[in-house]
Design a protein around this ligand. Structure first.
Ligand code: GDP
Length: 205
């Protein structure tokens, strides 16, 4: 990781606030909120840990057997919200529909949500679940930062081709997608800077 800048968030204190089943659970004190979401196994936990420069974000007080929607961490100027992965193959249809409804409620009505960091696997075309989630995002109009995870699996020479392909599949511009790798640190510092800047902007607004 020596040639990659460290995440600016690694210097900051981070505190686990709690896990909450209610998509509308209000956080006190109010501060900008960034929610991380993507398919199960997309690399979300690894990315969050790399971003805050911890081996594993601390989790205290979880309620066994209950679906916890929002796993919340507080940094000095904003909250990180870790949402459960969608599209988990083992989950039954009812559970998937319930989660989709919760996500929809969260995106449409959680006014305190500043933005979504949407994780997509750089190696694969978006899945049906990804496309469904994109529809929810578009309907809700929530600002989105899309990141392509596990970028270390894409050789340097294939990166431009890959980002063009993913952008075309998603109907987005290539500049709207950023590569990240929790393994090499690629793109992690930039993502941290983007969150800090967005939080400051929001704080001043
Ligand atoms: P989550 O289910 O979305 O939280 O995904 P995890 O962070 O648990 O990662 C799922 C799998 O992908 C694990 O085997 C990780 O080691 C692997 N993984 C996560 N991030 C990266 C990455 O940046 N590069 C590579 N090569 N593998 C990764």
């Amino acid at each position: 990781m020596s040639d990659v800048p460290a995440s600016p968030l690694a210097q900051l204190p981070v505190e686990f606030v709690g896990s909450f089943p209610d998509p509308m659970h209000a956080l006190e004190p109010a501060a900008p909120e960034f929610a991380f979401v993507g398919r199960s196994n997309v690399g979300k936990s690894s990315l969050l840990n790399a971003l805050v420069g911890r081996r594993a974000l601390a989790r205290v007080s979880s309620t066994p057997g209950k679906t916890q929607l929002l796993n919340v961490y507080r940094l000095p100027t904003f909250y990180l919200i870790d949402l459960p992965g969608y599209g988990f193959a083992q989950a039954n249809k009812a559970a998937r529909q319930e989660y989709r409804a919760l996500l929809e409620a969260l995106l449409k009505t959680r006014a305190s949500l500043t933005g979504i960091v949407w994780l997509l696997d750089a190696r694969h075309p978006p899945s049906a679940d990804d496309h469904q989630f994109q529809t929810l995002l578009a309907d809700a109009g929530t600002p989105v930062l899309a990141v392509l995870t596990k970028a270390d699996k894409i050789t340097r020479s294939m990166r431009a081709v890959t980002v063009t392909a993913r952008a075309r599949e998603l109907g987005m511009g290539p500049a709207e997608l950023q590569f990240v790798s929790a393994q090499t640190g690629l793109g992690i510092a930039e993502l941290g800077e983007s969150l800090l800047a967005a939080a400051n902007q929001k704080g001043e607004a």
